[in-house]
Design a protein around this ligand. Structure first.
Ligand code: PLP
Length: 440
């Protein structure tokens, strides 16, 4: 690698506007939220003449200047297509791109960087398992087990496969507090189960699912386990071995990285046994007009030009998270969950859905305000500068189970603060007064 690239990826970090991100695994920055917020220029924006209060990180996170700078620097200094080139830029770009596999491996405790496949996001990662693993193996009589609190991206691919292959889909039900009914799970997971596809943290309720317990049941039954880590990997330490996962899917855009990048991690021997999902350049070893042979993993699953620039910037997002420490991120968010439950609980007419105990929740508050439609809540809060989401959150079965059409959802991340949750509560009191006065 050229000198410029070597300094670009120096072992002790990179100096860029907004500070130094230590690249080493053991490095820790103190968890200073005020300092962290300075890395996120968008958080200094005004909305409707008020300071932005961004409480929509479960949909997508904001990005620190370090990630923005890395993206620009890649295009400015190293841009070339990866893998095929012998010229210097292509070699540099390939090394930067491939280096991020190792960062992902270290983040989630995988055995090898070759187990890391880059996709467009969690959705594509789950579809890759459905097409590359399940489709070739599952037949009538086989069962896939999911839960009632899944995101649509972990429901629809399995319904499509069910309809194509004649398999059965079994659903672990949700209890009224947003947790899963593990007694029913024990009955559902059995000899016919081939795959348990389960979320780690619900995006619609914040519920943290006891994945390990369920994974043990699945493995005892001889099934594999796919974990949707879209809402856990960005927010807490996740280790694929501790989790008992055979596959783990997540998205860069929810963890400080660019859009259009996701990860499917899979256990080596499972990936080795899988067929490609898409055909094209890079995923082959040989092509003749009669037949083709497949490349090694992970390239077998990355047909065509990958999203290399965004992957490189994703590497900086991982550095940023690891420099803070995911355990510290989780502690910070647990404090916010405690505070949020307390201040929202004090607002008359607000019902917060999901588990009561903070430690069983991620940083998501899904709530209803009596007598006011969630879209009206969201719009009124927006006029106060508070960004939340209103709708079904791509989890319509959760809404059906709660008996509502939609909820309002506020979600926090490492840059969120207690005063922001106070602003949310104040905005909700104002909303309740406004619609109360306007009512009949
Ligand atoms: N799974 C969960 C739990 C999610 O929260 C999301 C996104 O909101 C997804 C899957 C889908 O992620 P993406 O849209 O990045 O593919």
């Amino acid at each position: 690698m050229s000198t410029s690239t070597a300094s670009h990826e120096s072992a002790d970090g990179v100096t860029i506007p907004g500070g130094r991100v230590a690249a080493g695994a053991g490095a820790r920055r103190p968890f200073d939220v005020a300092a962290i917020r300075r890395d996120f220029p968008i958080l200094r924006r005004q909305v409707e003449g008020k300071p932005l209060v961004y409480l929509d990180s479960a949909a997508t996170s904001q990005r620190p200047v370090q990630v923005l700078a890395e993206l620009t620097r890649f295009y400015r200094d190293h841009n070339a297509n990866v893998h095929r080139g012998v010229h210097t830029l292509s070699v540099e770009a390939t090394e930067l791109y491939e280096g991020v596999r190792e960062k992902v491996r270290a983040l989630i405790g995988g055995a090898s960087a070759r187990e890391v496949i880059f996709t467009r996001g969690t959705t594509e990662s789950i579809n890759l398992v459905a097409h590359g693993w399940a489709r070739a193996r599952l037949a009538p009589g086989d069962e896939v087990v999911i839960s009632e609190i899944e995101h649509h991206s972990n429901i629809v691919p399995w319904q499509m496969l069910r309809d194509e292959r004649g398999i059965a889909l079994r659903v672990i039900p949700m209890r009224s507090d947003g947790t899963l009914d593990l007694d029913v799970a024990r009955e559902l997971i059995g000899p016919r189960t081939r795959l348990l596809a389960i979320t780690h943290v619900s995006n619609a309720l914040g519920t943290v699912v006891p994945v390990r317990e369920l994974a043990d049941l699945a493995h005892e039954a001889g099934a594999l386990v796919l974990v949707d880590g879209a809402q856990s990997v960005p927010h807490m330490p996740v280790d694929v071995t501790e989790l008992g996962a055979d596959f783990l899917a997540f998205s860069a855009h929810k963890m400080l990285g660019p859009t259009g990048v996701g990860v499917l991690w899979g256990r080596m021997e499972v990936l080795e046994s899988m067929q490609p999902f898409m055909g094209g350049g890079d995923m082959i070893l040989t092509v003749s007009l009669e037949r083709s042979t497949w490349n090694e993993i992970p390239h077998r699953f990355e047909a065509g030009t990958p999203n290399f620039a965004d992957v490189v910037a994703f590497g900086t997002a991982i550095d940023y998270l690891r420099a803070l420490g995911l355990d510290a991120v989780r502690r910070h968010e647990l404090d916010l969950v405690d505070h949020g439950l307390a201040v929202l609980g004090d607002v008359p007419g607000v019902t917060v859905h999901g588990p009561r105990e903070a430690e069983r929740r991620g940083g998501v508050f899904s709530f209803s305000l009596e007598g006011v439609h969630p879209h009206d809540v969201g719009q009124t809060l927006s006029s106060e500068g508070v960004a939340v989401r209103a709708g079904h959150h791509c989890a319509q079965p959760v809404m059906q189970s709660l008996g509502v059409a939609a909820t309002t959802r506020a979600s926090v991340y490492l840059y969120s603060t207690r005063p922001e949750l106070d602003a949310l509560a104040a905005g909700l009191r104002m909303t309740a007064r406004f619609f109360g006065d306007a009512g009949p």
